[in-house]
Structures are given as structure tokens and as C-alpha cells.
Design a protein around this ligand. Sequence first.
Ligand SMILES: NC(=O)C[C@H](N)C(=O)O
Length: 497
Amino acid sequence: MTDIIRLTAAETAAKIASGELTAVEVTEAHLARIEAVDEKVHAFLHVDREGALAQARAVDAKRAAGEPLGPLAGVPLALKDIFTTEGVPTTVGSKILEGWIPPYDATVTKRLKDADVVILGKTNMDEFAMGSSTENSAYGPTGNPWDLTRIPGGSGGGSAAALASYQAPLAIGTDTGGSIRQPAAVTATVGVKPTYGGVSRYGMVAFSSSLDQGGPCARTVLDAALLHEVIAGHDPMDSTSIDAPVPPVVEAARSGNVQGLRIGVIKEFSGEGYQAGVLQRFNEAVETLRELGAEVVELSCPSFTYALAAYYLIAPSECSSNLARFDAMRYGLRVGDDGSHSAEDVTALTREAGFGAEVKRRVILGTYALSSGYYDAYYGSAQKVRTLITRDFERAFEQVDVMISPTTPTTAFAIGERADDPLAMYLADLCTIPVNLAGNAAMSLPCGLAPEDGLPVGLQIIAPALKDDRLYRVGSAVEAAFVKKWGHPLLEEAPQL
Ligand SMILES: NC(=O)C[C@H](N)C(=O)O
């Protein structure tokens, strides 16, 4: 059993394809692991035991009948609770959707099922994906498997924690300002934010529609690539979905090397506010890239300094509009529907009871930023900053093939440490947010452990839009070099639960 849960997704799929393991055996091993450790970790909000076993049995039947299997057939996956799943609860980490059972599958959910991936259940997250610690979930926080008193990142902390505690070899996240990459960094896992529009948002509950992007999470770069190819590609149900071929990410992950590549180090992402051990590991990563034959140059992107401020006007503005649909009439919770209240009051009472503090803060901020008389000063200015950030990236990518930075300024902080300080919480996404504002692709992968606290550090790689394959080419080369240097943090020094 123990051995099964430690396999990579690629190894698991190969063993199922060859008949060495059945999909049911693999699924049962992961369900047993969830049973054994998730009471402590709290990665899952809902485990779909029966659904997972039924999917696994279908894979085994297909194989027995000699039908062709997809590259991840029978491999278990943990799905962020922001994607709709037909017949299976979807809460988005909010009380307002408690008990809601969607009547349809998100495109991502459907593609996973069509590819015979086994969906184990739905993972915990900050309410409506607003947060960097998973503490904003209405269903209680998730622990970081490296140290259960620390945060696993957010908003997709449940997906990252499921990977790091060997409850699933694959997971799906969404990244509006860093929600895939920051959890990956603090748990020593791999997380990819594809190019905006690269993965369909149909059935993915909307937070900030011009920034939201679903993507793959895994323990290795190759596994992330295999999952990327399953979920990516044009979807007529999402008007922002890109109608272009999916970049060849699996091929890139298999042929990783950085020989002759030009790599830019972002000057603005170092110095004050960065943990010494994070910078030490990052600088060692830069050295490793040089040793591998890359040409490393320092680049300045002056507008990145304003990215956080612009994000916290744009994202709340879009959120205030998107979350208007939670009016107590259509889905989920309804409070005060006893004949003594008007429909308007029922909406107000339901939103008061159903939304948590951070969601309310953002709705209020966004409504203010969009209101007449303030729109130009706030939302308008933020959009101008967004353009400047995009131009900084364009200029940088004239000189380099990819850019790198630490994924986060610090390692995982303690649960509760930043809960009462929203600005300190927002700083966790300092290095990830510019990528969302420009629509580029980025990956976080393990970059050793910080010497002072022994906790994971993440390396961020950024590629131009539609060049997601460069992330995998560089990522797999760096991963191989780091494994040689430090050992794989998760595979060799796995957290003990
Ligand atoms: N959703 C995200 O990508 C996370 C970001 N920390 C936010 O709270 O907006």
C-alpha cells in the first residue's frame, strides 16, 4: 500500500497499463491513505469514495476489454472545490453554497473523466479563492504536511496538501493571483498557472474573470505536464478560451535542458522582506542554471512594484460583480425565507450569513472602486498599471526566453499568524501576481529547503503567453539538477504524519 501512494502519476499509469496494478487497487490505496491522515491534514472537503471506485472499475474493465487507455488512466486526482461536479457537492469553501449539488460538470471535470482519471474528491480552499493560507475556508483550515501548525498556502491549500501528504499524486488548482503557485512553493510540490485562456473556465466558479486560470498540480514536472495536456485546449463553452494548439508540454518535460537558453532574474523580487534562506536557495538555483549552460541576466521590471496594489483593485472589482449572483434565489443557502421578509431582505440576510469576512471585505472594496466618481481614480488607474506591467514583460521577453524569481518571499507561516492582518496576507503573492495581470504562464517547483527552518522554498519560472512548454523544458532540467544536488524534498524527505 505504502509503495503505491509514493509512485508518481506517470509510474502509476504505466503500471496500470501493463497490468502490474489495477486501477481499483491504486484507488483503494489512496482512499486508505485519506482515511489514515486526512483527519489531521484536512485537505478534502468531500471524498467521493463510491464515485472514485466506480471510475476505477470502469478503467479496469476497459483494459480487460483491450480498449485504448489514456496516458493517465486510473490515476487518482484531488479536485479543487471550485469546479462543478455533477451530483457531487461543490462549496467553493463557502457557507453560501453549502449543500449545493451541481447538475453539470465543469469542462475540466469532464475532460478528467473522459481521460479516465479517477477523481477522489474535492479539496479545501479559501472561500471563493480569496486568500493565501486556506484559513478563509468556511470549513476550517488545512495543515501543511511539513508542519501541521503552518499554512499550506492558498487559496488551493487543500490540493497542495493532498499531494504533499501522499493522498493523491495529482491535483487541480486555480490561480487568480498565485493560488496554484504559492501553495506549491510552501509544500514542495509543482504547480502551473497556464497561459490565460489555456484551460477552460466553464464550470469553474468565477472570482475575477480576467485573471482566473485553472491548472495542474503534481509532485513532479512530468506529472504536471501529463495533466496539463489532459485539461488544456479550446472550449467553445468559454469565450476566453484560446483557439490554438496546446503547447507541447509533455514533450518539453521529457526533453528538458537549458543549454543556451537566456534566463532573466527579476531584480525587483529580492532584498527587503525576503527571508534569507529563500534568497540563499534562489541564488543557488541561479548558479545551477549557469552550470547547466544557461545564460543568466538580471532584468528590471519597474512596474512590478505596483502589481499588488493594482491587483487589489481589479480582483475585488470583478469579484463584487461576479458574486452578485449569490442572491439566495438561485443556489445554496437561503436565510429569512419565512414569509416575514421581502426578497431583498432575504438576499441581504443570506449574504450576511453566507459570506465570510474576507469575501465581504473584497465585495465592499470592489463596489467602492467601481462606484461613480471613483471609477477612474481606482479601477481606471489599476488598469493602466496593468498595461505597464504587460509592457515590462514584453520588453523583458525580447531579451530572455524565461524569467525566474522566488515564488514567495517567505516559507510557510504559522496558522493564525497573518489572519488579522490582510496586508501581510496579501504579500504572500508579491512575486506571483504580475503574471496573472499580464496573462503569461508560470510554474512553481521545489527549490530545496530553507536552512533556517527546514521548510520548502519555491522557484518560479515565467514564460510568455502560449509558450507554456518553456516552463516544462526549464522546469524538468532544473528538477533533475536539484534532485542530484539536494535530493527530491518530497520523495526523499517526505513529511512524517
Ligand atoms: N486567488 C488567488 O490566486 C489568491 C490570492 N491570494 C487572492 O487572495 O486573491
